[in-house]
Ligand binder design. Structure first.
Ligand code: B1M
Length: 216
C-alpha cells in the first residue's frame, strides 16, 4: 500500500500537480504513514527526477517551478503532523535559520526548520535570500545558539563562508555554532569554511544540532 502511495506521490511532483500532491499527503496522514517517510520515499523521488531532467535539458524552468510548488504544498500539508509527532518539548536551543543571499530554494530549509522545531528547538526562520547582515543581526538580537544556513546552488554556498568570515571580522565567531547544509554542501566544504557541522538531510540536521548543544 505504501509503495503504491509513494509512487503516486513522486508522480504528482513530476506532473507538477499541487492539488493531487496535497490529497496524497492528507491520505498518508490519515493512513498513519510517517510524514517524513512520505517526503523522503515519495515526494522527494519526484522532485529529484525533475531536477535531473532539468540538468540534462529534458525539462525546463516551468516544470522545475511547478514541481517546486507541488513539493512545497505537500510539505506544508504534512507539517502539522510532523510537529505533532515531535515528542521532545523542552527548549534545546535557539536556531537562526535561513537560505543564504541569492538563493530562493526554500523547501529543504523549511523542512529542516520544521524538524528542528518539532524536536524542541526554537527556530527563527528568516526565509530565503537572506542577506549576511540580516542573519548575523537576528542571531545577535535573539542570542542564538546556532546559525543554520542552507544553500542549494554552487554559486550561493560561498555566502555560508562569507557569514563566517563576517562573524570573525566582528570578533563574535565564538558566540555561535554554525551549521550548514543543502545539496552541494560536502564535508570538505564544511572543513574549508570552518563550520561546526553539516548534514545531508533533515533528520541528520536535528542530530547535529543536538550534538552542537551537547544533548545528543
Ligand atoms: Co533549482 N536548482 N534552480 N529550483 N532546484 C537545483 C538546486 C539544481 C540542482 C537543479 C539541477 O540543475 N539539477 C540546480 C543547481 C545547480 C547547481 O548549482 N549545482 C538548480 C538551478 C540551476 C536553479 C536555477 C538557477 C534555475 C534557473 O533559473 N535557470 C534557479 C535558481 C534560483 C535562485 O535560487 N536564485 C532555480 C529555481 C528553482 C525553483 C524556484 C524553480 C525551485 C525551488 C522552489 C522552492 O524552493 N520554493 C527549484 C527546485 C524545486 C529545484 C530542485 C529540483 C529541488 C530542490 C528541492 O526542493 N529538493 C533542485 C534539484 C535537486 O535538488 N534534486 C534544484 C527537495 C528538498 C527536500 O531537498 O533542498 O536538497 P533539499 O534539502 C534537503 C537537504 O539538502 C538537507 O536537508 C533537506 C531535507 O532532506 N538540507 C539541509 C537543506 N538545507 C539544509 C540545512 C542544514 C542541514 C541540511 O543545516 C543548516
Amino acid at each position: 500500500m505504501s509503495a503504491e502511495l509513494f509512487q503516486k506521490m513522486a508522480q504528482s511532483i513530476i506532473d507538477g500537480d499541487s492539488d493531487v500532491a496535497v490529497e496524497l499527503a492528507n491520505e498518508a496522514v490519515a493512513a498513519g504513514v510517517d510524514p517524513l517517510e512520505a517526503i523522503t520515499s515519495g515526494f522527494v523521488i519526484g522532485v529529484n527526477q525533475v531536477g535531473e531532467a532539468f540538468s540534462c535539458g529534458d525539462a525546463f524552468l516551468p516544470e522545475l517551478v511547478m514541481a517546486g510548488e507541488a513539493m512545497k504544498a505537500a510539505v506544508l500539508a504534512l507539517e502539522p503532523e510532523m510537529q505533532k509527532r515531535g515528542s521532545e518539548r523542552q527548549m534545546l536551543g535557539k536556531v537562526v535559520l535561513a537560505t543564504v543571499a541569492g538563493d530562493i530554494h526554500e523547501i529543504g530549509k523549511s523542512l529542516v526548520g520544521t524538524m528542528l522545531s518539532a524536536s524542541g528547538f526554537q527556530v527563527y526562520d528568516l526565509g530565503v535570500d537572506a542577506a549576511i547582515d540580516k542573519i548575523i543581526g537576528k542571531a545577535i538580537e535573539v542570542n542564538a545558539d546556532i546559525i543554520a544556513m542552507s544553500a542549494l546552488l554552487t554559486t550561493t554556498m560561498v555566502k555560508q563562508r562569507e557569514v563566517i568570515e563576517e562573524l570573525e571580522k566582528e570578533n563574535i565567531r565564538g558566540k555561535f555554532k554554525i551549521m550548514v547544509g543543502g545539496a552541494p554542501v560536502t564535508k570538505d566544504w564544511v572543513q574549508k569554511i570552518g563550520a561546526d557541522g553539516y548534514s545531508e538531510d533533515a533528520i541528520g540536521a536535528v542530530n547535529i544540532a543536538k550534538a552542537l548543544m551537547g544533548v545528543a
